[in-house]
Design a protein around this ligand. Structure first.
Ligand code: C2E
Ligand code: MG
Ligand code: MG
Ligand code: MG
Length: 281
């Protein structure tokens, strides 16, 4: 009897585990030819000045629509691509495509591109960036690379060297998702970031938690004192935006203001005189 119920449990758990492992193996192998098949696309999410009057920059967000699995979230496929190293060629494509797209925008609008830690440590990164800038004609100062903090301390020397190499190209760097994971204030002094992006978990708490208001305010003031710009990500409500307007935050991004959109739509938005957005005061 004990054996039977034991076997019953196995039957309950195993297929789920197998399915997960099988899906990620399958996605790993589908990722192999995905670039060649043209299955990737970039969406662009605007980042506005605090008044919501101007688009300062747009963040490129990678989308994968696979012939067999349909659309797959970056949260699912990027870790797989990092494991098998494919993030390096895929990430290079993202940088090239993002620069190409941004080169047709007004010159005062920047492009933000997310960088995987695996890409950051790849020795060809400076070359990839230089050639993307050269072939698109985009000025280096208009490219911002976003790096998530959680990985930098794994290898401080390598991370520092890579960030320095990027900065020497006059490309800007942003510390993404600040405040999550093993975040530490030492990041702000150790690494040469020009911009700090406050994680959306703090923004989501702004309405209910006076502590979050205090944290966000303090981080913004500290960043300003250190000569860094700040961006608040994940703004979904007018109340959150109103809170941020009481701070010295430089820029805001979130569904309230604009969702990620295809390049054609961004171009239309940038071409239109006077941007009409919600939450504009
Ligand atoms: P991230 O860089 O922090 O990007 C912000 C994510 O939050 C995006 O999700 C965006 O669509 C979403 N978002 C924006 N505004 C709001 C909001 O108001 N509310 C909520 N709930 N979400 C909002 P997405 O596109 O699914 O990307 C998830 C993550 O995948 C990104 O987080 C980034 O870490 C990674 N990622 C995306 N594209 C790339 C890429 O080209 N290369 C690399 N290495 N990572 C990428
Ligand atoms: Mg980002
Ligand atoms: Mg972020
Ligand atoms: Mg994030």
């Amino acid at each position: 009897r004990a054996k039977d119920s034991g076997r019953g449990q196995m039957c309950f758990y195993e297929p789920l585990m197998d399915e997960k492992v099988e899906r990620s193996r399958d996605l790993a192998s589908e990722l192999q030819g995905a670039l060649e098949r043209g299955e990737f696309q970039l969406m662009f999410q605007p980042i506005f000045d605090l008044a919501g009057q101007r688009i300062l920059s747009c963040e490129a967000l990678l989308r994968w629509t696979n012939r067999r699995h349909g659309s797959i979230s970056p949260a699912e496929f990027i870790p797989i691509a990092e494991d098998n190293g494919l993030i390096v060629p895929i990430g290079s494509w993202v940088i090239r495509e993002a620069c190409r797209t941004a080169s047709s925008w007004p010159a005062d609008v920047k492009i933000a591109v997310n960088l995987s830690p695996v890409q950051l440590r790849a020795t060809n990164l400076p070359m990839v960036i230089m050639s993307a800038l050269a072939s698109s004609g985009l000025e280096a100062e208009r490219l911002e690379l976003e790096v998530t903090e959680s990985v930098l301390l794994d290898d401080i020397e390598a991370s520092l060297a890579a960030l320095d190499a990027i900065n020497r190209l006059h490309v800007r760097t942003t510390l993404d998702d600040f405040g999550t994971g093993y975040s530490s204030l030492s990041y702000l002094t150790k690494f040469p970031f020009q911009t700090l992006k406050i994680d959306r978990s703090f923004i989501a708490d702004l309405e209910q938690s006076p502590a979050s208001v205090a944290i966000v305010q303090t981080v913004i003031d500290l960043a300003a004192k250190l000569g860094m710009r700040t961006v608040a990500e994940g703004i979904e409500t007018q109340a959150q935006l109103d809170q941020l307007r009481r701070t010295r935050c430089d820029a805001v991004q979130g569904y309230l203001l604009a969702r990620p959109m295809p390049a054609t739509m961004v171009a239309t938005m940038l071409a239109g005189d006077g941007i009409k957005i919600q939450g504009r005061s």
